[in-house]
Structures are given as C-alpha cells and as structure tokens.
Design a protein around this ligand. Structure first.
Ligand code: GAL
Length: 684
C-alpha cells in the first residue's frame, strides 16, 4: 500500500500532460470485482463469499441496487443495519464498495400507495410489480421517493471510507407515457417554442392537418407515422427527463458524499432512449455494462463500444457489469471460449476502463436470472470460469502499478457520434438496410485493423487537436455545428463527411440546400440525388476500388473541387457520376463520400484519408487479428497487445519496448493472448 501511495505521489505532477482529465475516481488503480447481493443470503455466509473473492483477487463489489424493499421496508422506515454490516465485512476483507441506489426496483408498499407512479407504455399498458423498472421516470411522486432514498444512503455512507462510489439506478432508459410525462412534455414544448405558432412553423404542421392550437394537444409519441420534428423533439424530451432524474439523485448524493466518491450510472450500449452526453452531464465518470450475448466477441466493434463510452465524459470509465462466461437473456446463451473472458477484460482496460466488475457473484436460488453466468455456483463453490477471472485479476494488479493514472493515448482521428442524426435516420431509414449503428462500426473497423486509434466524440467537442475528423452521418446539422466544422477546416483541419450529412436542420426539417446543407459552399459541391441500393455498385478512383452498398448519392462539383472516385459505367442513375469529392482549403480540406461502402471501399477511404492527413503509423505494426492500444501518462507509455485470433502472431517489436507481462514467447504472441509492454523510460 505504501508503495502504491509513493507511486501515486510520484506521478501526480505529471498528470497535467494527459490530454484528458485523468480519472481521479478509482477504488484502486485498477479494480476488479463483482455484483454482490448480500441481502439474498444469510449473514453467516458473507465471510465465506468475501474470502473467496479475495482468493480471486477481487477488490470491489457493487451492492444494493435492487434492495429497496430491504433498505426501506415501510414508507420512511429505514433499515441500514444489515448494509452497515455488509459494507464493514467487505472492508475487513480489503474489498471496496460501490453502492447502487435501488430505484430501478421500487417496493410494493410504494406501488400500492401510489399506483400513479407505475410506468405506462406507449400502448397504454401499465407496468406490474415484480419485473423491475416499473416506475415512471417523470412521476413527481416517484422522484420524491427516489431522491429521498438516494439521499438517505448518502447521509449514511457518504463519508464511509470503504465506499468508493455511487451508481444511480440501474440501466435507465424505458420511457413512460403517464399523465406526469405528458404534462412535462407540454411544459417542455412551451419552454422551447414559447408560442404554438412557432412550433407549427418549424415543424411544418400544415401537413395532414397537424396544426396545433395549444402545446397540451401535441401527442407524446415516437410512432413511425408522426412528424419527424415531433419525434426528434420527443427524443430530446426523454433525454431531458432522464438527465433530470439522474441529476436529482446525483445532487442529493453529492450533498453528503465525500468528493473522493464518484457518482455514475451503469449504461447499456447503443441505448437510443436518450442522449448519453446529456445524461452524463451531472455524473463524474461513465460506466457501462458490456455483454456479448451470442458469446462471439467482435473485437473491432468492442473497441468502438469502449470509445463511445469513453466519449461521454472524455475520461477513463468503469465496466460496471460484464459476463462471467455467458448471459441468460440471449437466444442461445453460448459461453465465451476459455480465455476470452480474460481477453475482454484486458481489452476494456486497454481502452480506458479502470475497473471490471462481473455480473454476478452467485445466482440467487430463485429470481429471474437463475441461468446467468456466475463466479460461484448455487452451492457457493467456484464455477469453471472462476480461475480465469482470478488469473486476470492477479495480472491486472501487477499491471496497475504501471497503468495507474494513465489514459488511452491521444488519438489523431475523431469520429463524431451524433445521437440526433441517429434518431433522425432511425425514424426514416428510407432503406430498411440503412442501420446507423452498423455505419459507425463500418467506418471504425478499418481503423481498428490498421492500428490507428480513433476517439469517438460528441458533435460539440473541440476538434482543434485532431488531424482527421470524420462525420459518417451528420444528418441533423444545426447551424452551430456547421460553423464549428467550417472553422475547423479553415484552421487547417481535415474533415471527411459521409452520406446523408447536412440533409436536415436542427428541427429535423429538410435543409434548403441539398446535402451537405450548410457545408455545401465549403465543399464546393453538393448531392444531386440519393439512391437506396438493393445491389452493390462498383466505384473506383484514386487508389480506391470497392463497391457502394445500401445507399449511393451522386455528387456535382464546382471548379476547384476534385472528384476522387466515380461510380462505374452501366449503373443506371449512378453511371460515371462522382461518388467521392474533395476540396482543399489552405492547409485544410473537406471531403464528402456519398455512399455506404463495402470493406474494400471503406479500407480504401481510410488509406487515402490517413495518407492525406499524414497520420502517424502505430508503434507495433498492425496485423490481422492484432490489436495494440496505448495508455499513457506524460512520457510514460504502455502498450497492451491482444491477439484476437486463433493463431499465434509474430510481433515486430521495436527495441525500445520492454515486455512486462503476458503470453509472449520470443516475439510470439499466443492465440487469444495478451501482453503488456512499456517504452523504456516507463518503469514505475
Ligand atoms: C444487466 C442488469 C443486471 C442483470 C444483467 C444480466 O442488464 O443490469 O441487473 O440483469 O443484465 O446480464
């Protein structure tokens, strides 16, 4: 411990070097742990569980997030004694605690006394007790109870030395259409538009007699047959209600919590029920629940997932839940292969996770998740995955001495993730096959294979430090974002836009200029028309050969704008038309690719853009199935190499790297193996 403290002090002054705020909120430099539900077991069992956790080198548990009925058995009657003892028992065993506020599972007395707090779904059905998340996020009454229990917990444990952080609720997202929600909606619209005629004009309600005379008439709905402006606003509204819900609990906790304790929520990936950036604004760190339900990890997609979550706060994050082997909610629930649980944990850490927690420690004898993967069985003894997790935790404890305070190295490439554009496209895909999440993965994947780090960023991020900025589908382009992109290019930045960019304004209305809307002048070109495809169409140009798929736009250019690739001949409306164009602006440039591409085409674009933006090559040359990620603190640089494939890989290791730990023999990295290296000046 003393050694660790000395290490922390030694690195403290260097932290100003990190391009991102270093994560101060960690239980230990790297935490490993699990969800633990002491309320489900006799107290006489707790020490045996905690001893086994120690044997697995775990040092953190998350507790309490579904235990409302136990903590507050009657309205305003609190029983903390058992929780005091559970937290103390964990502490005696050197295990830190994250407390989950139990608001995802309100107790029956609350539901009975206030049935109006129950969630109402879009079809009018009312949620029932027993299935969790049976509350309305908009209910003022529910909010009162939820904030009260969060505050009571914080009063009790906000100064507890063994409590390192707080998780608000659990996987929020399901909206409600109850009376409080519709009242909030009318108020939200009133605040946004002031007078109803403004809404009518901006939404173009002179269409199918949608004109409204009062805000309370506007339906709260995400239905496919509704006005795109209404649906985008309904999404924004849900985001603001969730942000407010989280903010209320966060503020209640913060009133009593030691600043050393972090506040987060555990999010699910690609959850499009709300804008993650907004919901995270009152939180200290992001945390997410990483699951691979089919048991077949897709490493490049996983890398993107971590980058997405890291972008919420632009700092290191936690994996608050992940599967010990398998889940119980997929169609088949295949287990990860031996070694893959370790591989996933290392990958998460490489990308900036400061903690990895498994869900869950031991399954309750009853309850809805009896078949889920666990570390110990119903008999309380280790399951087959236990040893692999114990080994991983032991390795990460060693790695922690090096990785403490580090964050993923600054990337030269930014990928803009516009949640509003994703909502807009989802509402009107136009082609069934246009999947906006798949598009993000398709753009990210070739960078992952080429070993080029990419930061995912929100549209309002300061882009000035990136050499290449990609906006694969900036469909909703508001004036402020367009201006920021223009300034970025004017200052010498390199901007690559994908199809459908700039098609809509901030009201989800068609832009008066065709794509890329307000950036058309900067590009010196525009989209002539767009064509969903049911077959691939070849396209070729400067070093790029591939095929357009799903979506193709024909472009027209003015003098000064270069055509880099065209669709092939004999392809109907697309024949020989420009598909990819670029304009230089001083040292900067803007390029527009008007098609979704197959793998070859996408790789061609990446090669072109990397060369054109002069991106630095990776320190360890890329190879198929090899992932190398750097974590850095000032001049100290560490490299996690992961072989995601089934064959050994021979690494071309620069002499200045020294091996710290992992599955290396000579320069060979074993199949599904992991290794940690440091540059030579990095020893702690
Ligand atoms: C998560 C949830 C946990 C548990 C887990 C099972 O979505 O937060 O409580 O249900 O799934 O995989």
């Amino acid at each position: 411990m003393r050694q660790l403290l000395a290490l922390l002090l030694a690195v403290a002054p260097v932290s100003a070097f990190a391009h991102e705020t270093p994560a101060p909120f960690t239980a230990a430099p790297l935490a490993m742990g699990s969800s633990w539900y002491p309320e489900q077991w006799p107290e006489t069992r707790w020490d045996a569980d905690l001893t086994l956790m120690k044997r697995a080198h775990l040092n953190v548990v998350r507790i309490g997030e579904f235990a409302w009925a136990r903590i507050e058995p009657k309205d305003d009657v609190f029983d903390f004694a058992w929780l005091d003892r559970a937290i103390a028992a964990a502490g005696r065993n050197g295990i830190r605690v994250v407390i989950g506020t139990p608001t995802a599972a309100p107790p029956i007395w609350l539901t009975e006394a206030h049935p109006d707090t129950l969630r109402v779904d879009a079809d009018g059905s009312v949620a029932r007790h027993g299935g969790r998340r049976h509350f309305s996020y908009a209910s003022t009454t529910y909010r009162r109870y939820a904030t009260r229990i969060a505050e009571q917990l914080a009063r009790r444990y906000g100064r507890n030395a063994n409590v390192v952080g707080w998780q608000i609720d659990n996987e929020i997202g399901v909206p409600s259409y109850d009376r409080d929600a519709t009242a909030r909606w009318a108020a939200w619209l009133t605040a946004r538009y002031g007078v109803i005629d403004v809404l009518n004009r901006r939404w173009t309600t002179e269409y199918w007699s949608q004109t409204y005379t009062g805000f309370e008439q506007v339906p709260l709905t995400l239905a496919a047959d509704q006005n795109p402006a209404l649906v985008l606003d309904a999404r924004r509204f849900a985001s603001s209600v969730w942000a407010d819900y989280i903010g209320e609990q966060a503020r209640a906790i913060r009133r009593h919590a030691d600043p050393r304790q972090f506040i987060t929520t555990n999010s699910t990936l690609w959850n499009d029920n709300f804008d993650q950036y907004l919901v995270h604004s009152d939180l200290d760190i992001a945390a997410w629940d990483e699951y691979v339900p089919d048991g077949h990890p897709d490493w490049a997609a996983n890398a993107l997932h971590h980058s997405v979550v890291r972008s919420y706060k632009r700092r290191n994050f936690w994996i608050m839940e992940t599967q010990p082997g398998r889940v119980d909610w997929g169609p088949i629930n295949r287990s990860l292969d031996p070694g893959q649980t370790r591989e996933l944990a290392w990958q998460a850490v490489a990308h900036g996770a400061d903690a990895v927690l498994y869900w869950q420690w031991r399954s309750a004898l009853n309850g809805q998740e009896q078949y889920h993967g666990t570390l110990v069985g119903p008999d309380g003894t280790p399951m087959p995955i236990f040893d692999e997790i114990a080994r991983t935790a032991a390795e990460l404890h060693v790695a922690a001495q090096y990785l403490v305070g580090t964050t993923p190295a600054p990337a030269e490439v930014a990928l803009i993730y516009s949640q509003e554009s994703r909502w807009s496209i989802e509402h009107e895909r136009h082609s069934r096959d246009y999947d906006p999440v798949a598009v993000l993965k398709d753009w990210y994947r070739p960078f992952a294979s080429a070993g080029i780090p990419v930061d995912v960023v929100a549209p309002d991020t300061d882009l000035s430090r990136y050499r290449l900025v990609m906006a694969p589908q900036m469909t909703v382009l508001d004036a402020a974002t367009a201006r920021r992109l223009e300034l970025y290019v004017a200052a010498g930045g390199h901007l690559l836009l994908g199809p459908r960019s700039g098609m809509k304004d901030g009201d989800n209305a068609l832009s008066l200029a065709r794509q890329p809307g307000s950036l058309a002048a900067l590009l010196g070109g525009r989209v002539d028309y767009y064509y969903p495809l049911d077959n691939e169409v070849g396209l070729s140009g400067l070093g790029i050969a591939g095929a357009a798929r799903v979506w193709a736009e024909t472009l027209e250019v003015q003098p000064g704008t270069t055509v880099l690739a065209r669709y092939g001949a004999h392809s109907g409306w697309l024949s020989n038309k420009p598909a990819f164009v670029m304009r230089e602006r001083g040292k900067g440039w803007i390029a527009y690719i008007g098609a979704l591409l197959d793998g070859d085409g996408q790789m061609g674009i990446v090669r072109w853009a990397s060369a054109k933006a002069s991106l630095k090559p990776s320190m360890i040359p890329a190879q198929s199935d090899l992932e190398v990620v750097e974590r850095r603190l000032g001049r100290r640089r560490y490299f996690v190499a992961i072989n995601h494939g089934d064959r050994d890989i021979s690494l071309a290791l620069p002499a200045k790297l020294s091996f710290i730990l992992g599955d290396i023999s000579g320069s060979t990295l074993a199949a599904h193996g992991v290794a940690l290296f440091a540059n030579n000046s990095s020893n702690p």
